[in-house]
Design a protein around this ligand. Structure first.
Ligand code: FNR
Length: 368
């Protein structure tokens, strides 16, 4: 059957992948309320299309941290991609590069920064988890820099792993033929079987729970790469991030895998954008599955979005070609959304092109 939208890869990947691996990719934390809400919240935002605008030429290209890319759709860091496909992160890197967009490589990749760099040219960011052993962190950042990575995405919402119950039930563990390739030769490249989630135990023993804003300063002191903070969900943290001098903010709830009952990212975006006041770019990830979602995020002030799970599922189904197809389908849908909403470039997308639930409540109150 022909695949006509990016969500359809999930069911096919589910049939193809071992249960432990599919569950690890798919699951959210605890009741998975936020997991559903990341999607549901998009469906509560509606359009206010404009008509009779010349839409014969649409430009969806943009610039992120000074890098020109073909569209405001980028790839979020997701761990252990070789569990999905033997080509893993290298296939994703090739797909991103041939689609003219940015890939973020996870610290917990099953391919190293050098292997990914060797796939050819491309703009790549490196996602960083801060280990208790800061020497390891320094080495890793230097390697990413030397391999030509352009920015650090500091994941700030994972002092401990969220409780993902299927991983506990499945005793999730990295298959023994794979390693966390960025740490090759070190004990921390492996994960061990435990009587719950192997990854949760790994995080408890290795990841630095003392991490705070002063460590972002430390990170700035050891690298010249710009730093994006991933996991900002409110105005307070936006102001602290800007005060610390970060280059950008990613509104993210980690694909609903950390704190359950945190709102959908699209519901928090406007608060962050307002607090940022244009001083740094604000990006979003979480539940983006349609071109209409991309448009809604941009209308609420995002400079671009990242996708996570669709990359894993399409990689599992069809390797590099699958990821390329996901990027193409999302791009085509986004371009169609712009055409039908009456927008010809990203600059022409405004807050007035959408209507949120809050807008509707405010409008009906004002009529009272
Ligand atoms: C993630 N995410 C993630 N984030 C991060 O900073 N480092 C990582 O290693 C991972 N690994 C990871 C694995 C898997 C299986 C998933 C699903 C997610 C979170 C990711 O970067 C992103 O925030 C979400 O995936 C975005 O939501 P969607 O697009 O998956 O709904």
């Amino acid at each position: 059957m022909e695949i006509t939208n990016i969500s359809e890869y999930e069911a096919i990947a589910k049939k193809k992948l071992p249960k432990m691996i599919f569950d690890y990719y798919a699951s959210g934390a605890e009741d998975q309320w936020t997991l559903q809400e990341n999607r549901n919240a998009f469906s509560r935002i509606l359009f206010r299309q404009r008509i009779l605008i010349d839409v014969s030429k649409i430009d969806i290209s943009t610039t992120v941290l000074g890098f020109k890319i073909s569209m405001p759709i980028m790839i979020a860091p997701t761990a252990m991609q070789k569990m999905a496909h033997p080509d893993g992160e290298c296939a994703t890197a090739r797909a991103a590069s041939s689609s003219g967009t940015i890939m973020t490589l996870s610290s917990w990749a099953t391919s190293s920064v050098d292997e990914v760099a060797s796939t050819g040219p491309g703009i790549r960011f490196f996602q960083l988890y801060v280990y208790k052993d800061r020497k390891v962190v320094e080495q890793l950042v230097r390697r990413a820099e030397r391999a030509g990575f352009k920015a650090i995405v500091l994941t700030a919402d994972t002092p401990q792993l969220g409780r993902r119950e299927s991983d506990i039930k499945n005793r999730f563990n990295l298959p023994s033929h794979l390693t966390l390739k960025n740490f090759e030769g070190l004990e921390i490249s492996k994960m061990y079987e435990t009587n719950d989630s192997g990854l949760a135990s790994y995080v408890s023993s290795q990841i630095d729970r003392t991490l705070s804003w002063k460590d972002v300063k430390w990170l700035q002191s050891i690298t010249s790469m710009p730093i994006l903070v991933k996991g900002v969900m409110n105005a307070e943290d936006t102001l602290l991030a800007i005060e610390t001098g970060v280059a950008g903010i990613i509104v993210s709830n980690h694909g609903a895998r950390q704190l359950d009952y945190i709102p959908a990212t699209i519901s928090c975006l406007e608060e962050v954008v307002k607090a940022a006041q244009g001083r740094v770019p604000v990006f979003l990830d979480g539940g983006v599955r349609r071109g209409t979602d991309v448009f809604k995020a941009l209308a609420l002030g995002a400079a671009g979005i990242f996708i996570g799970r669709p990359v894993l599922y399409s990689l599992a189904v069809d390797g590099e070609a699958g990821v390329r197809n996901v990027l193409k389908m999302l791009r085509d849908e986004f371009e169609l959304t712009m055409t039908l909403a009456g927008c010809v470039s990203l600059k022409t997308i405004t807050r007035n092109h959408i209507i949120t639930e809050e807008d509707m409540i405010r409008n009906s109150m004002s009529r009272l």
